[in-house]
Design a protein around this ligand. Structure first.
Ligand SMILES: Cc1cc2nc3c(=O)[nH]c(=O)nc-3n(C[C@H](O)[C@H](O)[C@H](O)COP(=O)(O)O)c2cc1C
Length: 328
């Protein structure tokens, strides 16, 4: 029976343990989205201390998809060389590394972008400050292409996997959520139509990176808001995403953010269990998990295949090394 220290293979990617550093934005890139030595140091410190897989913070696929100034970008071939240096350093430390690609949609501001944000519908986002502009149907194919081009850059930089960000109220979550998608065309309405664009992005990414490169999807499995997505929507989306080419579901949630106040440790574990009940693909779960024994038990109980340790790894870069020693 696997435990936190067991290895795991996902489409040829061999992870030495089940401990994942989930994507966490530092906003320490240059204004042009390029990596900086401070960011390399940040990841390297965790890679040297036995984290199995690091998923680098969200990187925008086009400048219009920026959530913050000094966010990392994967929007231009110019960034590849810098990312390659990060990847090489982490590989030399014995860890695996992936990149999360994203578009903020309406979850940003014209202060960051210089123009009105774009989104599925002109509905002000819980994290926005103004009503965004509705994306035209012809723009959607170009945006799916931008995700694919970003995934190509991720692969070219030597990363071991790419993750499509479909959670935390960003663009793909906005398409799937009935709270932010009020479209009347083929990309809005019932659940199937609202999921259409996320599926097209997953398909475009899969086509671009080829059949052998691991593709993860961070699924906003519950909006945690009245009238928003629920576990039932996650059960609907999960098998369809896998069919579209996704190899692993990274279960998270929250239309307004990933860290519900006062939530119990492991608050998204029931959603991971829901996802696992409908797909064979491995599932990663994150959310308030700090104790090594608890993380280990989640794997032993078969509730998830990988555990994300976020803020605990920010607070202590040595978390994984200490957890491994404690569990041994
Ligand atoms: C400072 C910070 C930045 C974050 N940035 C991202 C991000 O770029 N992409 C993402 O999917 N989640 C992001 N998250 C959410 C984390 O990946 C994680 O899901 C969340 O912190 C809950 O896990 P934890 O309780 O182990 O910290 C961020 C969280 C924090 C604290």
């Amino acid at each position: 029976m696997p435990n936190l220290l067991s290895s795991l293979e996902v489409k040829g990617l061999v992870l030495k343990n089940r401990i994942v550093m989930p994507p966490m934005a530092n906003n320490m890139a240059t204004e042009e989205g390029e990596i900086t030595p401070r960011l390399v140091e940040h990841y390297l410190a965790r890679a040297k201390a036995e984290v199995g897989l690091l998923i680098v913070e969200h990187a925008y696929v086009v400048p219009m998809g920026r959530a913050n100034k000094n966010q990392l970008g994967v929007h231009d071939d110019r960034v590849i060389q810098g990312l390659r240096e990060l990847v090489d350093a982490v590989h030399a430390a014995g860890a695996r590394i992936g990149s999360q690609i994203t578009h903020a949609g309406g979850a940003t501001t014209s202060e960051v972008l210089g123009v009105i944000p774009e989104a599925p519908s002109p509905v002000q986002h819980p994290r926005g400050t103004e009503a965004p502009r509705e994306l035209g149907i012809k723009e959607l194919a170009a945006l799916a292409g931008a995700f694919a081009a970003a995934a190509r850059r991720v692969r070219a930089a030597g990363f071991d996997m790419v993750e499509i960000h479909g959670a935390h109220g960003y663009l793909l979550n906005q398409f799937y959520s009935p709270l932010t998608n009020k479209r009347k065309d083929d990309y809005g309405g019932d659940r199937e139509k609202r999921l259409r664009f996320p599926l097209e992005v997953a398909e475009a990414v899969r086509r671009e990176v080829g059949p052998d490169f691991p593709v993860f999807y961070r699924l906003g499995a519950d909006d945690l808001m009245p009238g928003g997505l629920t576990a039932e929507d996650a059960r609907f989306a999960a098998p369809r995403l896998v069919e579209a080419g996704v190899d692993l579901l990274d279960v998270s949630g929250g239309l307004g953010g990933s860290r519900p106040e006062g939530a119990k440790p492991g608050y998204f574990v029931p959603l991971a269990v829901a996802a696992k009940s409908v797909v064979q693909a491995p599932v990663l779960v994150t959310g308030g998990i700090r104790e090594p024994e608890f993380a280990d038990q989640i794997i032993r109980d078969g509730k998830a295949d990988l555990v994300g340790i976020g803020r605990a790894l920010l607070a202590d870069p040595e978390w994984a090394r200490k957890a491994i020693a404690a569990l041994r």
